[in-house]
Design a protein around this ligand. Sequence first.
Ligand SMILES: Nc1nc2c(ncn2[C@@H]2O[C@H](COP(=O)(O)OP(=O)(O)O)[C@@H](O)[C@H]2O)c(=O)[nH]1
Ligand SMILES: [Mg+2]
Length: 448
Amino acid sequence: MRDPIVAIATPFGESAIGMVRLTGKGVLEIAQKHFKTSKPIKPRYAHYGELLDEKGEVLDEGVLVYYKAPHSYTGEDMVEISLHGNPLILKKAVELFLKAGCRLAQPGEFTKRAFLSGKLDLTQAEAVAELISAKTDLARKVALRQLQGELSKYIRPLRESLLELCAYVEADIEFSEEDIPTLSKEQVIELVSKVIEGIDKLLKTAKTGKLIREGIKLAIVGKPNVGKSSLFNALLKEDRAIVTDIEGTTRDFIEESLNLRGIPVRLIDTAGIRQTSDPVEKIGVQRSLKKIEEADVILFVVDASSSLTEEDLRIYETVKNRDLIVVLNKIDLGEVVPLEIFKGHSIIKVSALTGTGLQNLEEEILKKAGAIAQEGLNIYVSLRHEELLRKSKEVLESFLERYREEDISPEIAMLDIREASDCLGEIVGEVTTEDILGNIFSRFCIGK
Ligand SMILES: Nc1nc2c(ncn2[C@@H]2O[C@H](COP(=O)(O)OP(=O)(O)O)[C@@H](O)[C@H]2O)c(=O)[nH]1
Ligand SMILES: [Mg+2]
């Protein structure tokens, strides 16, 4: 068991309940120095008691639960004390336990210990943080599936195939004189190709995985009065931005979050881009231009019921090389706008007023952002997984290329296959270093 640590596990602020957590060697004794119960403490029982300070004065009442190793989240002895959710009380409790022999936990240290004790593998540990920060129901589901080991279940067999191959090659090296079964060249090629295929399947989920985890930024752009704010409100399904027929109504950008079929979207309504003498609107236009630069996808809005103006074209010039959807708004008023100039871009006809075409627009946004549901797979890899999968695939591909053409010595083959298998092992945490772990767990909150 590792050294005892303590942290507040609930958010800072007033709340009904706040929890202090301890894990490691001797935490029950440490907890009992300041938390007095009338009955002896049994594992997994809720014990009512009092929190006492150094002088024996009562600070608060609460409930203590003791989890005896290895049956705890961290796999170590663990104590959770629920107190009243006042930061003063919780901070004082932590101070007392620090003096009584604990050290303050680092971010993610509880989960790191769970990983080190073999309670969770690395993809599962990562999923804990993702589950806590999930912004949409889809993101929550994806995190939960990963927490339940779905990703590892997929990666492990790929790695095992490679390890098996290693074993054969190794036998080849050690017993090359003897008559033991080895794999034919075709068999090796087939096995490695299968692994590459499996890796490819996962890699295809990376883009959507990024969208689910990080979301997309979507900027609505166009000249004044084409209906940007109306579209903003229609997509939000809320009257958030002010809509009038007066040009320059939106003088600054407005940003809101939106859940687009499970993908978190930051939707940005910009001030109509135009030359203006109004100093406030001028700043708004500049700030909007900056937002447009940061956006992943741009909705370029024009009025379908009138012809294009110089202003439309000028704005189009600045955004036409971006990931762009041309939105013909006010389609309820007719369609006179010429389309040739927008060739090569997807064009969606909508009416922000009546709601016509909004479904199509939502679908196009997701398509443009690269959100494609992967058939038969409901796991989505993260950037860290993607990088390792890519590296593993590259090593295997370059190995195959050489292996097909020439006689590679088994020693060299071993090195390649081992490297590829190590990459997969690093994803699930079977191959790891203190640096890798530090990198992952430092992103957690304290107390988790
Ligand atoms: N008929 C019709 N009018 C619209 C539509 N969208 C916006 N408008 C009107 O166009 C005017 C300007 O809209 P607004 O959203 O403020 O445009 P913005 O300046 O681009 O933000 C308002 O009077 C809206 O009611 C639409 O789809 N159809
Ligand atoms: Mg507006």
